[in-house]
Design a protein around this ligand. Structure first.
Ligand code: TEU
Ligand code: CA
Length: 546
């Protein structure tokens, strides 16, 4: 059934995140690539997703796995060519799947030609104005301009050496030293990104995911961070002007092009400001992602999300995992089920069976809520976080930058298992010259897409069935929802007059509300009772009792 009466696609889409390095390897070098993605599009088509978001695939020294971009208009040779990316975009479109590229506007790579020119040209190079070069403090200038703490921990400034060999100015980087921050006060930076957006829209992409969208504008007076003052680089009002410009560009193109912001922002009101009608179309709901597996916390997050979005007329999004966070099968099996970057990631016991049971229920919850839903590659296979990657094989700069305290994000980026009984589980073709770039657990044979495709009780089967129902169920996706009366610690809500979702977060089985039939359950029911950590989709009769 058509969803056309739901408005533009981005209001209710299921969007699948491909992390190209770890999705599928076409040429056998152990690193995922565009050829691999093209060979596995049938998986995404069978899953039923509406759109694919590709994490960065641009030329990059890979200091931050491609979030350090050296050229925004090309493809890194490890992933393939621009012609292959264009072919992938049109093949996805032929399957009815939209495409979203990841644009990183806060910073580039230190290998970007502008930054190279800024260094090579010495203190007077005009390219220095495109970044944040400043003299150091102290008599010898050997103290950084500020004591700001970076997003991965550690300082935010690195000193340069002038072409004559003497110590020179410092430059700002909110992430690693290999990721210099752009100066968005400079018109050339603005013009460059306007052109980059057009470059990808001209290639037919349907959306842009905007990396670190709240960080672009800095207070040029460089104050220290103080709790009683506006933050010097987070969520400054000036970012909104940038997104109003970008919205005008997106609106110039036919066919509902979408701008999707990565905005980590605890304040829901300020978060919603990015979604005003002339700004971004959508943004990732990290409030929900970080929320505990707890009925009242989830209900509060859902209500808070929906009311903040309603004020600006934007659709909510529902996200459980991505390439930066501990996979939710593992999170939900822990005693503390919340996520935050500030927390230790490692060495915390997780009951993966419990985590999997909850992840299945969470899938039905998030796919039934109003708005768009995101699926991070591998969550449809129920993959857990890989927590035993040997330290010498870890690649995430978070690991060294945290002083080897935080293992970083490699554990959610392990190459996908597709088929077979042993690594590389079909990730690379037969006869590959190298193993997967991160080791896959030897016991993943039961988690391959192939093994799960034939098992009606698998996570993959649950996702396929749920997304399939969502495609035909007119009340799902964007639209209203209504809470139903339910026992303590049970979330029950109606979508339209004939659909209800019930999630039992209590410790005991609960009776189901009145219904005509069961559409789908995340696990076995006990007669007419819904066991703990289980969700069910029900066909209800007319308006269900409120
Ligand atoms: O992540 C941004 C991000 O996670 C931070 O801004 C976050 O708020 C911070 O780590 C909390 O302390 C994006 C990408 O998703 C990530 O993979 C990149 O490493 C990062 O930007 C830099 O481009
Ligand atoms: Ca490859």
């Amino acid at each position: 059934m058509s969803r056309a009466d739901h408005g533009p696609w981005w209001r209710g889409a299921v969007i699948y995140q491909v992390y190209p390095r770890s999705f599928a390897d076409g040429n056998g070098d152990g690193i995922g690539d565009i050829a691999g993605i093209r060979s596995r599009l049938d998986h995404l088509s069978a899953l039923g997703v509406d759109a694919i978001w590709f994490s960065p695939w641009y030329p990059s020294p890979m200091a931050d796995a491609g979030y350090d971009v050296a050229d925004y208009r090309d493809i890194d040779p490890v992933f393939g060519t621009l012609a292959e990316a264009e072919a992938l975009i049109s093949e996805a479109h032929a399957l009815g799947i939209r495409t979203i590229v990841d644009v990183v506007p806060n910073h580039c790579s230190d290998a970007h030609p502008w930054f190279r020119a800024a260094l090579a040209g010495g203190p007077d190079a005009p390219e220095r104005e495109l970044f944040w070069f400043r003299p150091g403090r102290g008599p010898n200038g050997d103290q950084p301009p500020t004591d700001w703490v970076g997003e991965f921990g550690g300082g935010t400034w690195t000193r340069t050496t002038d072409p004559d060999g003497t110590p020179g100015d410092w430059y700002l980087h909110l992430f690693t030293a290999e990721q210099p921050d752009f100066n968005w006060d400079h018109p050339r930076v603005r013009a460059e990104f306007a052109d980059i957006l057009r470059f990808w829209f001209d290639r037919g992409v349907d959306g842009i995911r905007i990396d670190s969208a709240g960080l672009l504008v800095k207070d040029g007076t460089l104050p220290e961070t103080r709790p009683d003052r506006p933050h010097p680089f987070r969520d400054l009002d000036g970012v909104h002007e940038i997104y109003r410009d970008w919205r005008r560009i997106a609106d110039e193109y036919p066919g509902d092009r979408a701008l999707i912001g990565e905005v980590w922002m605890p304040d829901r009101q300020r978060f919603a400001n990015y979604l005003r009608p002339d700004e971004l179309h959508a943004a990732f709901n990290f409030d929900f992602l970080g929320c505990a597996w707890d009925a009242s916390a989830l209900r509060e997050s859902i209500d808070g999300t929906l009311s903040a979005h309603a004020l600006v007329g934007a659709p909510a999004t529902w996200v459980l995992s991505n390439h930066d966070v501990t996979r939710h099968v593992t999170r939900y099996g822990r005693e503390d089920t919340t996520f935050s970057f500030a927390k230790k990631r490692e060495g915390i016991f997780s009951d993966l069976e419990l985590g999997t049971t909850r992840a299945r229920a969470a899938a039905l919850l998030s796919l039934a809520l109003p708005g768009a839903a995101y699926v991070y590659q591998g969550e449809e296979l129920g993959l857990p976080e890989v927590e035993d990657i040997p330290p010498e094989l870890r690649t995430d700069p978070m690991w060294p930058r945290s002083g080897h305290v935080d293992p970083g994000r490699d554990g959610c980026r392990v190459p996908l298992p597709w088929s077979g009984d042993e690594p590389p589980f079909g990730f690379s073709p037969d006869g590959a010259t190298a193993g997967p770039w991160l080791p896959q657990p030897a016991d993943w044979k039961g988690r391959t897409a192939e093994a799960q495709a034939g098992d009606p009780h698998s996570m993959l089967a649950l996702y396929r069935t749920a997304i399939g129902i969502r495609r035909t169920e007119r009340s799902l996706g964007d639209g209203p929802m209504r809470w139903l009366d339910a026992p303590a610690d049970v979330l029950a809500f109606a979508r339209g007059d004939e659909f209800a979702c019930v999630v039992n977060l209590s410790g005991a089985p609960v009776p189901l509300p009145a219904h005509r039939s069961r559409l789908l359950a995340s696990g076995p029911l006990e007669g007419d009772r819904l066991p703990p950590d289980t969700a069910v989709w029900l066909r209800t009769d007319g308006a269900p009792p409120a």
